[in-house]
Design a protein around this ligand. Structure first.
Ligand code: ADP
Ligand code: MG
Length: 301
């Protein structure tokens, strides 16, 4: 097969592992810098050009689209879909999961466990917003944040009010969430490929840190997940319509709750923690499923 990997940097661990796994299986692989693609959107004749060349003959593309380039990246992917190229994850599904509010609304509609969550832009009643999610301690998040930046634990109502007011002053969209204290500064990353959890790791924040992000000094270990956690992760992936994703769960007193669903999950942490060949499983999935024009939405929506 001829497989394109939409990635800004071939040297990234995830990208190079996917190249390696695809080549080991005899495929032709091209790493395409998403942001350097330009497109012809003339009626009925969709094309993607790259470095002066018209990209043709691809059977599948693997989108590795960073959060900061979602807008342009999903447009490039959509163009491939219009050309009937099979996308590992569809552009619509990626957009859905990137919009945290939309993602939480979709998950809640399916009855999937979530922390009690409120969202707001300029609440005219901060007091009521805090009350709505059960009062302090609570977690306040900037909607646009990643890697744990912009996630604040407010231990008291007073602290919560000041943080919310500060974020309001920045004209930011915010998310106010029940603090899952019993998670103990840890979360569980379930790596889903084709409707199955193929690997799971527990990430533990460093001493005194409630955020488990590896970028914030957390560490990762292999973990056994419960059947309920497994089915929650699978349902979350299905709800987003993602073939490959990382579903982050917290272990709460009321069962597993989904924090986020990541459509371009990194392979480094999970392969190191579990010793599994996740890149290989992803290429296997593509081999089994990639058919021209099989995209559900074919670039719509
Ligand atoms: P980001 O997108 O920046 O990674 P997250 O929503 O994943 O933001 O939050 C970062 C980390 O903070 C999580 O991995 C988790 O360990 C911790 N965390 C986030 N929300 C809560 C919560 N409601 N209760 C307890 N811990 C939380
Ligand atoms: Mg996170």
């Amino acid at each position: 097969m001829k497989i394109g990997i939409l990635s800004r940097n071939p040297k990234l661990y995830s990208t190079s592992r996917l190249v390696e796994a695809a080549e080991a299986r005899g495929h032709e692989v091209h790493v395409i810098d998403t942001m350097r693609c330009y497109m012809n959107i003339t009626s009925m004749k969709p094309e993607v050009h790259y470095k002066g060349e018209n990209l043709t003959g691809f059977d599948a593309v693997i989108p590795r689209i960073g959060a900061s380039v979602t807008f342009y990246g999903t447009a490039v992917l959509r163009q491939f879909e219009m050309m009937n190229v099979y996308p590992l994850n569809e552009s619509v599904a990626i957009s859905r999961s990137r919009d945290k509010l939309r993602a939480l609304q979709l998950l809640s509609r399916k009855g999937i466990g979530l922390p009690v969550t409120g969202f707001a832009h300029r609440p005219d009643d901060v007091d009521d917003l805090i009350k709505m999610v059960g009062g302090a301690p609570l977690v306040i998040k900037l909607l646009e944040g990643t890697q744990g930046i912009g996630v604040v634990l407010a231990e008291t109502k007073g602290a919560a009010e000041s943080v919310i007011e500060a974020f309001m002053g920045l004209q930011a969209n915010i998310l106010v969430q029940e603090f899952i204290k019993e998670a103990g500064g840890a979360d569980i990353r379930c790596f889903v490929v084709g409707g199955k959890v193929v690997a799971a790791m527990k990430r533990q924040g460093k001493e005194g840190e409630f955020r488990s992000n590896l970028h914030r000094g957390g560490s990762a270990n292999l973990i056994r997940i419960t059947p309920e956690e497994r089915s929650t992760a699978v349902r979350a992936a299905q709800t987003m319509g993602l073939n490959v994703c990382g579903v982050d769960l917290l272990r709460s007193n009321h069962g597993p709750v989904v924090m986020e669903v990541n459509s371009s999950p990194g392979l480094g942490g999970i392969e190191a923690a579990t010793g599994k060949d996740i890149a290989g499983l992803i290429i296997d999935f593509i081999e089994k499923n990639a058919k021209l024009g099989k995209t559900k939405t074919r670039g719509q929506g």
